[in-house]
Design a protein around this ligand. Sequence first.
Ligand code: HEC
Ligand code: HEC
Ligand code: HEC
Ligand code: HEC
Length: 345
Amino acid sequence: MVAQPSFRFSHLIAAFVALLAMTCLATAAIAQDAIHGAVSMDSSKVVGSEACMKCHGQEVAVWKQTPHHHTFKELHRRPEAKQIAERMGIRSIKRGDLCTKCHYTMQAVDGREKAVAGVSCESCHGAAQDWIAIHNDYGGPTVTKESESAEHAQQRVTKAIRNGMQNPANVYLIARSCYNCHTVPNEQLVNVGGHAAGSAGFELVAWSQGMIRHNFLSADYASNAHSPTGRLRLMYVTGLMTNLEYSLRATANATSAATYGFASAERAFEARKRLAELQAQLNHPILTEALDAAYGVKLKSNNKDALTLAADQVGSAAFSFAQSADCATLGAVDAYLPAASQYKN
Ligand code: HEC
Ligand code: HEC
Ligand code: HEC
Ligand code: HEC
């Protein structure tokens, strides 16, 4: 008699934990207007990765093994980089914003901008000055993660995002920074400089679950385990949508029928097709919105306004999807998920 209720209770807990792992309904009600327009970094609000060290030493250690970190010391030494810079007519790749926007973290000290790192924590999570003290404050020195109220946790995440944090609570917030760099939306840089027109085959799950991965925080994940399947489903679909958004943005910048224009239109064409194929399985209303916007526009040069509008619509759909999709209902995505052997290491 005594054993029975506790037996049932532990079952209930197990079921609840399983539910948590499978579903990924967003815990914080993040409003669409919390995302302020395009991805940008205010160098006067950059604090640098040393400021994260104290509490996120393991994440920093992982980052230090990646090309994002190495590019700081290596890029300017590469002959290809010197050639691109020469063709673009710039003397220093660590000054100005032509190369620094994507290869470095710029910090303004006393009004002077300086490259302080390669692609770092804040490149993906947002310049931290205005959110660093908020994102880990459970509600005063006596409150712990366990005793924090659900309401306070919601407010904390929402407030951090309003203050510029790209919080994985809505994975679109991070996905868009990946694509903002990895689609290389700069026509001159490609056509004149000879820079690659984006990273071939960039896909959010494969590119985030390999060498980049730093899952140390959540007790649901073993120390730096891959993100759970439900989360990967959500990331995969959000990634395809964000890929489409940023491919449309890149195409919007095309003014001539040359390498850049062809490459970005081709990528948008493929992105649209891949999302449509997935939608044939998923039949999700938010994907319908994104696809209607993307198929309603011509993938051609000098079509900036229409392409930008479509990109905005796809982006806002991607945000809503990341916010509201229930991973448990996305089982059809499993057939498309890259295998662990395809993760970028
Ligand atoms: C004083 C300790 C501390 C510092 C410094 C700190 N963090 Fe955190 N961070 C935490 C804690 C604690 C959490 C877990 C919050 C929770 O339970 O949601 C966290 C969570 C996060 C998350 C996960 C999202 C979330 O809100 O849970 C990200 C991303 C993050 N921190 C990035 C950073 C970055 C980038 C820096 C440096 C610019 C930084 N943190 C500095 C303590 C810190
Ligand atoms: C819009 C973002 C963006 C800008 C701006 C940018 N790059 Fe890149 N660059 C990238 C990305 C992303 C890659 C990685 C491409 C890949 O996946 O192969 C890259 C790769 C490179 C590489 C090859 C790296 C290697 O491993 O050898 C060189 C060289 C390079 N960039 C030089 C430059 C120079 C010089 C500038 C400025 C004139 C510049 N880049 C501006 C995003 C950018
Ligand atoms: C600020 C710009 C920027 C952001 C944001 C960014 N990257 Fe990168 N990434 C780069 C550049 C530049 C390189 C190439 C560095 C080099 O080789 O010099 C790169 C390289 C990589 C590589 C290594 C590729 C290889 O061929 O070895 C991976 C993996 C990667 N990025 C994944 C991601 C993911 C996933 C995200 C988002 C979660 C992301 N990146 C966000 C600029 C960025
Ligand atoms: C290339 C982009 C990128 C960079 C650079 C980056 N992060 Fe992240 N970070 C992510 C992504 C994407 C996630 C969400 C991963 C997921 O949910 O599977 C994440 C998640 C996190 C989390 C929560 C994950 C957990 O443990 O549950 C923390 C904390 C964090 N990042 C801190 C940092 C810190 C500190 C740095 C710098 C050392 C950093 N990140 C650099 C992209 C990045």
